[in-house]
Design a protein around this ligand. Structure first.
Ligand code: UT7
Length: 330
């Protein structure tokens, strides 16, 4: 048993105002509202405006989480931002966010890239620092502006993704039985080519040729990712439950990565969860990658779908390929 618990004391989220509906997408690519709803469960997504970026959304979500927790930014010991769409290659989004939050103490701040699994990876990482006594308050954020890397001429991907941010403030609690009680992190790098952004890094730095070949956009083999996803979400849920000796009856809510309604339904049904125990907002926001789980967590807490003393399971997977689950006592 660790020395302390890393309790989730507050959450917050931020979504851009602008909506991109299935009807809007019908005007951009050959698709239909019916196809998108039936295959994914999505109806609309939010798209960042000209003045918005991953960091502005992350900052707005963080302010709400800090307020919810009753914690001032100056009390934080560490900031972790999970994202695959940072404002720039360097500095880290976490450092830019520290400045935007007006935090003048020189605390640690870093980004973590595990794609859609990033928030659960970050939550598990932050928990270690709190459980071992290093820090007493840590801000964990998942934030994305996927609309900046989505190819709106590719119907295989452009229907799926949206922008947003979610945040959680973890605080040290003398009761080690609160917060993340078990986590499971995984990756299979051989699956990397199934979902990637080929250019803009050190292998293919930006050039006129990479732009002409549309290599800065997200590429995905949807069918292969789908197969992996159903299997992995089921397995991750199983491990998350087994690690704490829980049955579906014991768990108040599953907070899954909002990837595809069919993937979520298939995995949660296999593990015995009725629909009312699975949080869904995919119809409103689509897939927001690392922001997906913390936005869902915030909405679940604030709408009373889960609360103090409840067991919840967060589960995600994504590019890498990566996957992660956390079994949490709120
Ligand atoms: O965060 C993790 C990231 N991504 C994912 O997890 C995505 C996982 N994959 C998926 O969610 C699904 O594979 C998709 C939603 C991407 C696609 O659904 P699907 O049921 O697997 O469709 P499919 O790829 O098997 O395509 C079926 C047909 C194809 O036509 P043909 O080859 O049968 O003639 C596609 O060309 O649907 C076509 N299609 C579309 N039709 C209308 C593909 N995209 C669209 C579209 N609108 N947007």
């Amino acid at each position: 048993m660790p020395a302390y618990g890393a309790r989730i004391a507050g959450t917050g989220s931020a979504l851009p105002e602008r909506r991109l509906t299935n009807a809007d997408l019908e005007k951009l690519v050959e698709t239909s509202d019916e196809w998108i709803i039936q295959r994914t469960g999505m109806r609309e997504r939010r798209i960042a405006g000209p003045g918005e970026s991953t960091v502005t959304l992350a900052t707005a979500a963080a302010r709400r989480a800090l307020e919810d927790a009753g914690v001032s930014g100056q009390e934080l010991g560490l900031i972790i931002v999970a994202t695959l769409t940072p404002d720039m290659m360097t500095p880290a989004a976490a450092c830019l966010e520290q400045a935007q939050l007006g935090i003048t103490r020189h605390i640690g701040a870093f980004d973590l890239n595990a794609a859609c699994s990033g928030f659960v990876y970050s939550l598990s990482t932050a928990t270690q620092f709190i459980q071992n006594g290093s820090f007493s308050k840590v801000l964990v954020v998942g934030a994305e502006t996927l609309s900046r890397v989505v190819d709106y001429t590719d119907r295989n991907t452009c229907i799926l993704f949206g922008d947003g941010a979610g945040a959680a403030v973890l605080v040290r609690d003398d009761n080690p039985k609160l917060g993340v009680q078990a986590f499971h992190l995984g990756a299979n790098g051989e699956g990397g080519p199934l979902l990637n952004i080929p250019a803009g890094g050190s292998l293919h730095p930006a050039s006129a040729a990479t732009v002409a070949e549309r290599m800065h956009y997200l590429k995905m083999n949807g069918r292969e990712v789908y197969k992996f996803a159903v299997h992995q979400m089921t397995e991750s849920l199983r491990r998350a439950m087994e690690a704490c000796g829980l049955t579906a009856d014991d768990v108040k809510l599953v907070v899954p990565h909002q990837v595809n309604q069919r993937i979520i339904d298939s995995a949660t049904e296999k593990m015995g969860f009725p629909k009312e125990k699975v949080f869904i907002n995919i119809d409103r926001y689509g897939n927001t990658s690392a922001a997906s789980v913390p936005i869902a967590l915030d909405e679940a807490r604030k709408s009373g779908r889960c609360g103090k003393g409840d067991w919840i399971i967060m589960v995600a997977f994504g590019a890498g390929l990566t996957w992660a689950a956390a079994t949490v006592k709120l």
